[in-house]
Design a binder for this molecule. Structure first.
Ligand SMILES: NC(=O)c1ccc[n+]([C@@H]2O[C@H](COP(=O)([O-])OP(=O)(O)OC[C@H]3O[C@@H](n4cnc5c(N)ncnc54)[C@H](OP(=O)(O)O)[C@@H]3O)[C@@H](O)[C@H]2O)c1
Length: 233
């Protein structure tokens, strides 16, 4: 029987989530990735040679039905769940004083409600394995930026991580907030260009996610802020 650990990553078809999935697969984990775009997930799986250890589930991180389906599919396929990574998220790259509110609902629901739904849908399975919850927040959830609603969603993720930790630590479930600085991923496509200054690679931030997941039993890494050297704020 295969009893290697199992992880579920939302928004795992590109960027940081895809890099985490690749590293976990290389380390012998079995992995489910979700995302809204079927083609993106299919391309990702095909690029890895469609391994049995990878399951893709099309779904919206802000839909409780979709998230429950992803958890159920994972447990049916692999028989357990050891880690969830609430990674799906995006920015509208605008501001509260000048932006377009049409894009804000989806951003707030994905970035704030999404992680809460993933926790709710997975916590019973994680209690069984004494597993881990990783939330991908942001440096924007620790520093203030003028007009930044995206940043406010990440302040919410910072709060959700610690509030969750205080509840689930007694169940033996770990909670880690990984807060990246600027990372070179498709996140910036909607911005029109990469931001100025140095950037991390997706693989460099995935290193921290995987490090937190692979801590020894009994060790719970709680908050990790990782900037590229040279990012002042
Ligand atoms: N890149 C940075 O500089 C940076 C810095 C700090 C924090 N972050 C955070 O890192 C996380 C990953 O972003 P990334 O940089 O890797 O960008 P990315 O490549 O755009 O990855 C985001 C992934 O999430 C998926 N996604 C978006 N909304 C979703 C939803 N509602 N339901 C399911 N999947 C959804 C996207 O796929 P679909 O569109 O196909 O669904 C995409 O695969 C995000 O939470 C982001 O806020 C990024």
């Amino acid at each position: 029987m295969n009893d290697s650990p199992v992880a579920l990553i939302t928004g795992g078809g590109s960027g940081i989530g895809a890099a985490v999935a690749r590293q976990l697969l290389a380390a012998g984990h079995r992995v489910t990735v979700t995302g809204r775009t079927e083609r993106r997930l299919r391309d990702f799986a095909e690029g890895l040679g469609d391994p049995e250890e990878l399951t893709t589930v099309v779904g919206d991180a802000a839909s409780y039905d979709d998230i429950r389906r992803a958890v159920d599919r994972t447990r049916t396929a692999y028989g357990r769940l050891d880690a969830v990574v609430a990674n799906a998220g995006f920015a509208t790259h605008d501001s509260v004083a000048e932006g377009d509110p049409a894009g804000w609902s989806e951003m707030v629901l994905t970035n704030v409600l999404g992680p809460a739904l993933l926790i709710r849908a997975s916590v019973d399975a994680l209690k069984e394995t004494r597993g881990r919850i990783v939330l991908v927040g942001s440096v924007a959830g620790f520093v203030n930026t003028p007009g930044n609603l995206y940043g406010a969603t990440k302040w919410a993720v910072t709060g959700l991580a610690e509030n969750t930790r205080r509840q689930v630590t007694e169940f033996g479930v770990g909670v880690t907030l990984i807060a990246p600085g600027r990372v070179e991923t498709p996140f910036w496509d909607g911005y029109g260009s990469l931001p100025p200054g140095p950037l991390l690679t997706a693989g460099q931030i995935a290193d921290s996610v995987v490090w937190a997941i692979r801590q020894p039993a009994g060790v719970d890494v709680n908050t990790v802020v990782v900037r590229p050297l040279g990012q002042p704020n």
